[in-house]
Ligand binder design. Structure first.
Ligand code: UDP
Length: 238
């Protein structure tokens, strides 16, 4: 049976690249399914789950604009990429018997629900996983900001940022063997030292609303569930 957790409602933020597996573009279905199983194991604990998935495995606005595309158009393409990722995750979760809703910040009624805050809250109360797609619906933002915004709106207790490493380090642990992981770091330290947790607007939005950010490894099987049960290694930004 399920372990105990202190958390009632959380936001899981993952990048689009987390769904790419070892490939260099797009979606790798076995990886999507693996992430879905991690989400299910936390859902099984009775935790209400919000998700935001990036779009960088398909399209990034900045890359498009660097190649001569108009920036806002490129950003809308990036937002549309997040909708594809959200649908892939929805499909994988429903395959595991979990009810989900994809809720889009850009209306596309045939594909996803529009974002209506009270409705989203109700879904969470009914234990449906809410996957928030299309970022904030605005160009010049990122999905990290979208995750922070929705986490605040949904009254999540924390943002869980799933990455390739088990926390925030003082330097890149892939390049430096003496890199040290922080157990805890403040929002201002993250901003001042440019620690690559999330972009600055997202960090500031979390700070101004006292929303903790927990950075952990999504590659560690059972890691997400373990941290919710009070185990494992991670960094908490608060
Ligand atoms: N994006 C946007 N507004 C938002 C969220 C995302 O314009 O509120 C666009 C932006 O172009 C970004 C792309 O969507 O590059 C994909 O999102 P992001 O880069 O955050 O994805 P990740 O790096 O997490 O995969």
């Amino acid at each position: 049976e399920s372990e105990k957790t202190a958390y009632k409602r959380v936001m899981l933020k993952i990048s689009g690249e987390a769904l790419m597996g070892d490939t260099s573009f797009g979606l790798h279905p076995p990886t999507v399914q693996r992430v879905a199983r991690e989400v299910k194991s936390v859902h099984d604990m009775g935790v209400e789950i919000c998700m935001v998935i990036g779009g960088g495995n398909i399209f990034r606005g900045l890359q498009g604009s660097a190649q001569g595309m108009e920036r806002t158009t490129a950003d809308y393409m990036g937002m549309l990429a997040t909708v594809m990722n959200a649908l892939a995750m929805q499909s994988a979760l429903e395959e595991l018997g979990i009810h989900t809703r994809v809720i889009s910040a850009i209306t596309m009624n045939e594909v996803a629900e529009p974002y209506i805050r009270r409705r989203a809250v109700r879904h969470l109360e009914k234990k449906r996983v809410c996957i928030f797609a299309a970022g904030t619906g605005n160009p010049y933002f990122t999905t990290d900001t979208a995750a922070t915004l929705r986490a605040n709106e949904m009254n999540c207790e924390a943002i869980f940022k799933g990455t390739k490493v088990d926390g925030v380090y003082d330097k890149d642990p892939a390049k430096h063997s003496d890199a040290k992981r922080y157990e805890e770091v403040s929002y201002d330290e993250v901003l001042q030292q440019h620690l690559g947790v999330m972009d600055a607007s997202a960090i500031a939005l979390a700070r101004d609303n006292d929303l903790p950010i927990i950075v952990f490894s999504l590659d560690e099987p059972g890691g997400f569930r373990g941290i919710l049960a009070g185990e494992g290694t991670y960094t908490i930004v608060q």
